[in-house]
Structure formats: structure tokens, C-alpha cells
Design a protein. Structure first.
Length: 401
């Protein structure tokens, strides 16, 4: 179940992401319970309701009640939900919906009484949790995956991932459930690089994506291969956290310019990014800019400014060419998930707008890419500005093309 309640339309969008086989029927319903039932056959409807009751309880309760109000179409899927697979609160909600059907004259089979066996109460509930941290300035992030150990206790997997450099670090720990839960709670409350909860399969998808990018010259961390299947296996088509955010948040075309400008501010204030291209490539550009500043031929400040602008434009189109542009877009999408979960929806949409900017149009026309590269090249740009002889008092600050 998600950490905060969401409305039925948003919960159904999350269900569409988690259940790709039903997505084509879920999305056209636009959150309308009766329309949704018309578009789904009985087994699929029961599967969607079961997912909501397990992961988005309040939305599941709303859907179950709506279907119980329309027995002609809702009775069958309600009766096909497997109550044994649900949590106690979800089972209670399902029982209420079935009781509602009975009160409307629908014949509903009584659930078999559970056979109770006297056992010692479990010391703690099972643990199945995952968390992700923000990306650092270079594009790396930590992820945590906690799963119950069959013989007791919890295994906690800690990894540092980078979509460019693959799996950078890997550790696995065994500990008690309460200690692991406390660790995850404390990590969520940190002031800097606080983690947020994410679906476990979505985090496995992140790990698998990083593994796929592992450079041939960089071996996977020691011990990773032993656990690789355990921490990357997930249903086919599972979305990463960033892909979940992209599917859940609207991005109106009319708002894109303002959202891109907000993303530029996030970069220039160092709140996100800059996630630069490989160091050797940016160092080469910095050297070219420095050479312009030390040019033997005396030129005006405006001419020097134009030379630097052309140099940066060429660098943008070269450094942010595919596949690096797509990688940067993924980093912005993953940052959107963090902002979204931290209740910063405007920043989340700005991140998605930035991701789209890296997927469309030339890099030299992308203000987010320009802001990021300027931040990386700031020392070289400042050196040229100091050297410029601008008699008109104009500062050598790069503007948009």
C-alpha cells in the first residue's frame, strides 16, 4: 500500500503501470468505476480490484463499494477476489462489499470459516520494502532493498547505481526486522539525501537497468553475482520509479516553457544535476574556452563572447548527442519520482519537462542542458570573462542562442 492515500483515478493509473495486460482497458475508463467494469472481463476486473485492495486500500474500498452498488455488473468480480491474498483491512473491506451485495438480494457464498490453530504470535511482520535516494551531482544514487529471510530476520541489500557507470557498490547485511525498519525510517528522515519509499519491483528494475549499462572494463562488485537474480528478478514490463512518475503526472503542452524554466532554476541553484558528460570530454571543452580567453589576437568583448557561445553550442550538440541525451532524460525522470513523493509536484513536473527537452530538439536549443554545462564549465567561463576587454561594460555571461 502506498504511503499516502490517493484518489481512485490516480490509483487506477498506478494499477495500469503495475498490470500492463489490463492497462489498455484501465486508462480509457478515466477513473469511472462503472466504465472500468464495462471495459474489463470478470477475471481482469477481479485482478484490478485485488491489486487496489493490496496496494491502494482506500481506492480499492471505493471501487468495491461502487461495484457493489451495481450488482448486475459488479457482483461477479467482487466474488472472484481471493480474500486469502489480502491484508486484514482489505479483507474487511471486501466483506463489507459482499454484505452490500447480499443486502441487495444477490446470492453470495459464505466464506469458509478459518480454522484457528493455537500458535505463538509472530515476533514481527514480514518485511518487503525498498527505498531510493536522490541522484548526486554526478548521477549516482543509493538504493535499498529489504526482504525477509526464510529462517528469520531480514536481508538488507545496499547498492550504489549509476546509469552511465553501472553498479558501483554492493553490500548485503542480515539483521533483525525492527532494526532494519528503524534504519529505513531514519534514512527517510535525513536532512540531506533522504530516501523515499518505492515499489520493490520498481527498484529491482532500476538495478537491472544499471547492470545492463555495466562497462566491460568495470567488473561488477564482489558478491553481486551471487544475489543478482534475487535483486533483479521482477515481472516483465515493470516500470522504474521514474517511469511510474511519468505515467502518473500530467504534463500539459501549454505549461512546458514555464516548467523547463523551473528546471533551469533547479540546475543553477544546484538543487538537481548537473550530471555532466564524461570528464575527459568536458575538460576538452574547458580547454578550448580557456584558449579563447588567452587568444593572441585582440578582439572586443562582444567578439570574444560570440566565440565562447559558438564553442558552447558545438559542445552541447556533441556532448548531449545520443545515447547521453536519453540517459540524462532518465535521470530527470527518476528525480521526478523523488520530488513527487516529497510532495513537490511542481518540481516533479519540471523534472519531467526537462526529460522531454532532452528527448526532443537539438541540445544547443535545450536551456536545461545549457544551464548544466555552464555550471560544469563555470571556472573556464569566469576566466574568459575576467580576461575580456568589454568597453561597453557588458558581462560575458552566456545567454540563450
Amino acid at each position: 500500500m502506498s504511503t499516502e492515500a490517493v484518489g481512485l483515478p490516480e490509483a487506477l493509473e498506478r494499477a495500469a503501470v503495475a498490470l500492463p495486460a489490463q492497462a489498455e482497458a484501465i486508462r480509457p475508463a478515466n477513473g469511472d468505476p462503472l466504465r472500468l467494469r464495462q471495459l474489463l472481463d470478470v477475471p481482469a476486473a477481479a485482478r484490478v480490484l485485488s491489486w487496489l485492495l493490496q496496494h491502494e486500500l482506500e481506492a480499492g474500498v471505493e471501487l468495491a463499494a461502487s461495484w457493489a452498488d451495481d450488482p448486475a455488473s459488479g457482483a461477479e468480480p467482487l466474488q472472484q477476489v481471493d480474500a486469502a491474498a489480502l491484508s486484514k483491512p482489505a479483507r474487511k473491506a471486501l466483506r463489507r462489499a459482499l454484505h452490500q451485495l447480499r443486502s441487495r438480494g444477490v446470492s453470495v457464498a459464505e466464506a469458509p470459516k478459518e480454522r484457528r490453530v493455537a500458535t505463538l504470535p509472530p515476533l514481527d511482520d514480514a518485511v518487503d520494502a525498498a527505498m531510493v535516494t536522490p541522484l548526486d551531482a554526478w548521477g549516482a544514487r543509493a538504493v535499498y532493498l529489504a526482504t525477509s529471510h526464510p529462517s528469520g530476520g531480514v536481508r538488507l541489500f545496499e547498492l550504489v547505481l549509476d546509469d552511465l557507470r553501472g553498479v558501483l557498490e554492493f553490500e548485503v547485511y542480515s539483521s533483525g526486522r525492527s532494526k532494519v525498519r528503524k534504519f529505513l525510517r531514519d534514512f527517510e528522515r535525513r536532512e540531506r539525501f533522504a530516501a523515499v519509499a518505492a515499489p520493490t519491483d520498481a527498484v529491482r528494475a532500476l538495478i537491472a537497468r544499471a547492470v545492463a549499462q555495466q562497462p566491460a572494463e568495470r567488473p561488477l562488485p564482489r558478491g553481486f553475482s551471487e544475489w543478482r537474480t534475487r535483486i533483479t528478478e521482477r515481472p516483465e514490463g515493470t516500470s522504474t520509479p521514474g517511469e511510474i512518475a511519468r505515467a502518473a503526472l500530467d504534463l500539459p503542452e501549454a505549461e512546458l516553457p514555464q516548467l523547463v524554466e523551473r528546471a533551469v532554476t533547479l540546475v543553477s541553484s544546484r538543487a538537481l544535476g548537473p550530471w555532466p558528460p564524461p570528464a575527459e570530454a568536458t575538460q576538452e571543452v574547458a580547454q578550448k574556452i580557456a584558449d579563447i580567453g588567452r587568444g593572441l589576437i585582440v578582439v572586443s568583448g562582444l567578439q570574444r563572447r560570440e566565440q565562447v557561445r559558438r564553442c558552447v553550442d558545438e559542445a552541447l550538440d556533441e556532448l548531449y548527442a545520443p545515447p547521453f541525451a536519453a540517459l540524462t532524460a532518465r535521470r530527470w525522470e527518476e528525480s521526478a519520482y523523488l520530488c513527487w513523493k516529497e510532495q513537490r509536484e511542481a518540481d516533479a513536473r519540471a523534472c519531467l519537462a526537462a526529460a522531454r527537452a532532452f528527448q526532443t530538439g537539438p541540445p544547443s536549443g535545450n536551456p536545461v542542458a545549457r544551464a548544466a554545462l555552464e555550471l560544469v564549465l563555470a571556472p573556464a567561463l569566469e576566466g574568459v570573462e575576467d580576461a575580456a576587454d568589454d568597453e561597453q561594460g557588458e558581462s560575458l555571461v552566456l545567454g540563450a542562442s
